[in-house]
Ligand binder design. Sequence first.
Ligand code: NI
Ligand code: MN
Length: 226
Amino acid sequence: MKITYLGHACISIETKDKTLLIDPFITGNELASEIDIDKLQADYILITHAHQDHILDVEAIANRTGAVIISNYEIVSHFENKGLKGHPMNHGGKWEFDFGTVHYTNAIHSSSFPDGTYGGQPGGFVIETSHHRLYIAGDTALTNDMKLIPEVIGELDLAILPVGDNFTMGIDEAIRASTFLNCNKVLGYHFDTFGYIKIDHKEAFEKFAKAKKELYLLSIGGHMKL
Ligand code: NI
Ligand code: MN
């Protein structure tokens, strides 16, 4: 499984034969100017919530690729009304797709579309393939619900957690979340894009090391393998 960071909260996941794109926000991110959305592949686009910094490029990419949108009922309905394909889910539910199983998990945040209309309740995803299980938290505070994930779904290989603070949890809470999730390997996202969420990388790595946990912060376009 190849995991590529496309800036902000946008991640591309290549499984054996499918590509999943998470929360595409690229054309609005100056830091991601080297990423060309016309070249991105996607069989599925997973959306955690309706905020602009998670959905900006969904329509353009889904129109070109024919990708199926996986999100909560309200977000999927919104895009189906624009003629795109979708698979609606809601919290606590799981579905077996052709690449693996997706669980839609709880998040503590908000979720309105850029025009203010209701975007359902925000969420995150656990993605399970035959070899790997990873958690993408979405924008969220630290929540006790995270403890249920390893308990109910199973042991995680990687947790992708917001670390930018202000709108989501920050580094200290991400360390605590990693303990709740029983997963010491964390890929940080949702940081540095705007002034409110700029983080001190050195301090972040030091804090994780002190907690005997592994933090990954990828450069935009950079990848890791599971
Ligand atoms: Ni948000
Ligand atoms: Mn966000």
